[in-house]
Ligand binder design. Sequence first.
Ligand SMILES: [Zn+2]
Length: 226
Amino acid sequence: MPSEWKQILTQKVQFYGALADEDKNRFEQSILQFFDQVTITAVETKIDDTDRLLVAASAVIPLFGFPHWAYRNLNEVLLYEGNFNEDYHTSGVDRPILGMVGSGAMNRMMILSKPALRQGFEDQHGKSNLGIHEFVHLLDKADGSTDGIPEVLLEQPYVIPWIKQMHEEIKQIQTNESDINPYGASNESEFLSVVSEYFFKQPKLLESKHPKLFALMRSMYQQNLA
Ligand SMILES: [Zn+2]
């Protein structure tokens, strides 16, 4: 990997910066492998190496505990200049969407708003990261159903405890007793993506506030970041 790229990763990707040298090397290899398998396309905007690296980092982070795993359900990531709506329009007033995993004609594609992707890595004290959010949807989808239960990651004995914990945490969000982004209470699949952003960005905080959830996610992702 070119040294300029390593520099970008060091500056922008907290997760990478915290890794030991040996793991940094593995992270870089995974990024290169991602570039081999997935095309990143700019739509009506310009992108640079940083944008490409942030997309790849978003893909590599959730799977870093599974060295032999790759995304088999993705060919292309489109980067848009901003928010968009359900018809993929990037202009006009009502454009609530920042990112999505495509279905139907858009199957095997992901769309991300470029500024929102960058924002997720710039804001190092928050609990959100759009790129990680969307790649976790892709992992969730890999077993055929986007339902908040990523069977490709979750070993069988953990499935029932995960579902129980998920429902308990969603209930706490709904009764305003949680610091998890309320969007996570939309449904199980959004819950998984939202708490995964939290897990990878603020692992220590998640461990202290939601120890049971953290323990399940540590087994799920095979990573102990706290
Ligand atoms: Zn989502």
